[in-house]
Design a protein around this ligand. Structure first.
Ligand SMILES: [Zn+2]
Ligand SMILES: [Zn+2]
Length: 143
């Protein structure tokens, strides 16, 4: 089940934008948060359409953009590959190793690297708010 916080953040944002909250929006939100991570619009659309044939691709795409705008999702554009989306709420911080061949995202988290990044910011008298570390390469299946 989706935490109420997520729904409220989205609903409030929709209202702020002067948009209407619709049943479809809520379905997209639910589907996105329960889908596999780092998903493309196409895949998410296909899974929603299977249950809800009336839904359009543009609607799914538009709502993913809204989710990014209100901070509930992250958009990752890797070169010429299709943009991937991942839910951001209640997630542990992680970084990505991204395969340039198959487009797979591997989630990684290393305390030492995290601390080094903080240190780097501190050395530059900088207060870090967030960061993104992406390493591009070839995964073990594509080698
Ligand atoms: Zn690969
Ligand atoms: Zn991720």
């Amino acid at each position: 089940m989706l935490p109420n916080d997520v729904k409220n953040i989205f609903r409030n944002y929709i209202r702020e934008k002067g948009l209407r909250n619709t049943r479809q929006r809520e379905e997209i939100l639910d589907a996105f948060f329960s889908a596999e991570k780092h998903i493309t619009v196409e895949k998410l659309f296909a899974s929603i359409k299977a249950k809800n044939p009336g839904i359009g691709y543009a609607t799914v795409h538009r709502n993913l953009t809204l989710l990014c705008e209100c901070g509930l999702a992250d958009e990752m554009k890797i070169g010429r590959q299709k943009t991937r989306y991942e839910p951001k709420f209640g997630q542990k911080h992680h970084d990505h190793l991204i395969c340039l061949k198959c487009g797979r995202f591997i989630e990684v988290n290393d305390n030492k690297i995290e601390k080094l990044q903080d240190k780097l910011a501190e050395l530059n008298d900088f207060i870090p708010v967030r960061h993104k570390l992406e390493i591009y390469g070839i995964c073990k299946d594509c080698k």
